[in-house]
Design a protein around this ligand. Structure first.
Ligand code: PAF
Length: 304
């Protein structure tokens, strides 16, 4: 049984894909909200209903495999809410944007229990129990220390979500982080769709950040710096009509993932004594445009 912690867009989408493939799964949801057993997935014109079991965090016990699909800033609260059900044998897969989640999770899990996933499926929530599957992507799974594919991520499970095992997930996560670190805060500052970042008045800013990220990736010897520019521009073009998740968060007055994405990048750069003036400028512009929300407690309360 795969337990999906968080019924946001990605949590719902993965639950639909697993259910479609007849893989046992359940959604772990917030207490106090009534859920029907039917969940809706909309893909182009097609509407598909699936019966997906739901359970509240407090009612969980002995979790075998958990896919954590809450936002990065809700991770700690979400893990705490199921900590009573986490055993030494529980395997946990993190689907958050950004990096550094292993440090946040260290209070609840051993490093060997932590797996990471990088998702490129596009989805957004239409209502509490309906999700729009906006773009077919894939999921890369991996572990920071173990290179061998574990038994619990069997071929059926991987196929169901268009997934594959990566021996070097760190590299995949860094590449996504570098892309998110450009697209997300800039779209939130300019309040524009992803594609508009390539407009003449914004493009030079995008290119300076990419160039700085390429130099840093090179310092980290990630082997991705040569194609980071093409990869970043390709994501901007492929998602041109989308509002980035960070823009959606600021428009909805929710806490963003800026710390897990750009904060992590700046911390790592400082650790490596690598100068990142463009990223610092971006950090400061973002915080001038969007000062931290006073009540992050509100967000924590809505943790699932
Ligand atoms: O966070 C997001 O919105 C997405 O990861 C991406 C790739 C920037 C597309 O909008």
């Amino acid at each position: 049984m795969i337990s999906i912690l968080g019924a946001g867009a990605i949590g719902q989408l993965l639950a639909h894909k697993l259910t479609e493939a007849s893989i046992d799964c359940q959604l772990i949801v917030r207490a106090g909200t009534q859920y029907r057993s039917e969940w809706l997935m909309i893909q182009q014109e097609q509407q598909t209903y699936h019966e997906i079991p739901t359970i509240t965090a407090q009612d969980c016990d002995e979790l075998g495999q958990v896919w954590v699909c809450v936002k990065a800033n809700q991770l700690e609260g979400a893990l705490k809410s199921v900590s009573h059900a986490i055993q030494d044998t529980t395997k946990v897969v993190f689907f958050q944007n950004g990096m550094g989640h292993d440090k946040v999770a260290a209070k609840y899990l051993q490093p060997a229990q932590m797996y990471f996933a990088s998702n490129t499926h596009g989805a957004f929530k239409k209502a509490a129990q309906s999700v729009v599957y906006a773009g077919v992507g894939q999921v890369s799974f991996g572990h920071l220390e173990l290179s061998q594919q574990p038994d619990f991520l069997d071929p059926e499970t991987l196929n169901a979500v268009n997934g594959s095992w990566h021996e070097h997930i760190q590299t995949v996560l860094w590449q996504k982080l570098f892309i998110n670190a450009v697209v997300n805060p800039l779209t939130a500052i300019y309040q524009c769709r992803n594609g508009e970042l390539l407009d003449a008045d914004k493009k030079s800013n995008v290119l300076s950040l990419i160039a700085e990220n390429q130099r840093f990736a090179n310092t980290l010897k990630l082997g991705i710096s040569d194609h980071l520019k093409d990869a970043t521009l390709a994501v901007i073009e492929a998602t041109a009509k989308n509002q980035s998740s960070m823009l959606q968060d600021v428009l909805n007055q929710k806490t963003t993932e800026i710390n897990a994405i750009n904060g992590y990048l700046l911390d790592q750069a400082a650790k490596h004594q690598f100068p990142t003036p463009h990223n610092w400028r971006l950090w400061s512009d973002f915080h001038i445009a969007h000062p931290p929300l006073k009540s992050i407690a509100d967000d924590k309360a809505k943790q699932l």
